[in-house]
Design a binder for this molecule. Sequence first.
Ligand code: FE
Length: 131
Amino acid sequence: MNSIKEFFQSADWKKEKHVPVIEGPDKVKKGKIFQIKIGVGKEIAHPNTTEHHIRWIEIYFLAQGEKFPYQLGKFDFTSHGESTQGPDTSGVYTHPEIVLSFKTDKAGVILAGSYCNIHGLWESAKGIEVE
Ligand code: FE
């Protein structure tokens, strides 16, 4: 039987347009709210059409020493040009990029997953230190 984890692909985001890019501080103050930005297509733009687009980004935080990650949020990108006139006619497209704020008492790793409607699941990670 297959496992979903077999289907998460990863690569260098500078060379592969599907990888979610996590931007934010490398070190934060304990308990102080900070921002991270997560987006797909930072270096190489990903298409955004009715036929081919990024559907969602999901963010988790694995705190140091813990077994399970906490979900920080899930963001659905739901407009991709469709309208009553047909595909790619509305001129309205959700861009696959979000800004998220959170705080943590513990260092850990931010884990991001993204989904392209025709190229599947992608992932990346970024460590955060706490002082
Ligand atoms: Fe794609």
